[in-house]
Design a protein around this ligand. Structure first.
Ligand SMILES: C[S@@+](CC[C@H](N)C(=O)[O-])C[C@H]1O[C@@H](n2cnc3c(N)ncnc32)[C@H](O)[C@@H]1O
Length: 219
């Protein structure tokens, strides 16, 4: 089992972390601190799936981009176990799990301009106004990731929160580093884009909330 080096910086992370499932270390291989210099990912397209939950989105990306490396990021224990089992059972070799706050990854200076795509499916909306500041996608986040993204790289975000949608669009539109690509309304539609049935997408259907898909590009 591989672990990331001990981190010195502390970022506050809200929400669930522990789960009910038991943890078997033989199922899991985590992101290694030297991975970005390793042969395994040399000359490969690197795609991040931030907040993969139970891993449906990671499995979708892994099969959509067979020749790329998918770095799957989440702290939720049941989800990590679930995805690890799927990786083992299906002998998948293009997924690597990073089991820490995504912000730690962006403290690694050796991944500058290595990332080609970032996907964030249904980031926690933190809908109460007093909790809005907990949201992952904000101006600090998009400034931080800019350093690690290749030119013309893509960022895809989905949400069923109209309030978060507006805040994300507002944040990107105020940045000089990104363009909003899918401005035509029918292209915002989650279902139209044939995206995976993640747990939170299914929840949005049950609750009759429309899910949106946003596509940005680094200039
Ligand atoms: C609302 S859930 C969505 C899960 C999944 N993407 C889906 O569509 O079903 C948000 C997920 O993001 C994870 N998460 C939130 N902030 C994170 C962070 N800073 N770093 C890594 N994971 C994070 C949570 O643990 C949770 O599993």
């Amino acid at each position: 089992m591989l672990y990331l080096e001990n981190q010195k910086i502390n970022y506050k992370l809200y929400g669930r972390r522990k789960g009910r499932k038991s943890f078997s270390s033989k199922d899991i291989s985590f992101l290694n601190k030297n991975l970005f210099c390793s042969e395994k990912i040399k000359n490969k397209k690197i795609i991040l799936d931030i907040g993969f939950g139970y891993g449906e989105s990671t499995l979708y990306l892994s099969s959509k981009y067979k020749n790329s490396i998918i770095i799957a990021i989440d702290v939720y224990k049941d989800g990590i176990i679930n995805l690890s089992k799927k990786i083992r059972e299906n002998k998948i070799n293009n997924i690597i799990i990073f089991n820490q706050n995504a912000l730690f990854l962006f403290d690694k200076k050796n991944i500058k301009k290595l990332i080609s795509e970032i996907w964030i499916f249904f980031p926690d909306p933190w809908s109460k106004k007093k909790h809005n500041k907990r949201r992952l996608v904000n101006k600090y986040f998009i400034n931080k990731i800019n350093f690690f993204l290749k030119k013309d790289s893509k960022i895809y975000i989905t949400t069923d929160s109209r309030d978060y949608l507006i805040s994300i669009l507002d944040t990107f539109s105020k940045s000089k580093h990104y363009l909003w690509i899918n401005e035509i309304p029918y292209k915002w539609d989650y279902a139209f884009n044939k995206l995976p049935d993640t747990k939170y997408y299914k929840k949005s259907l049950i609750n009759k909330r429309k899910s949106f898909f946003l596509h940005f590009q680094k200039i």
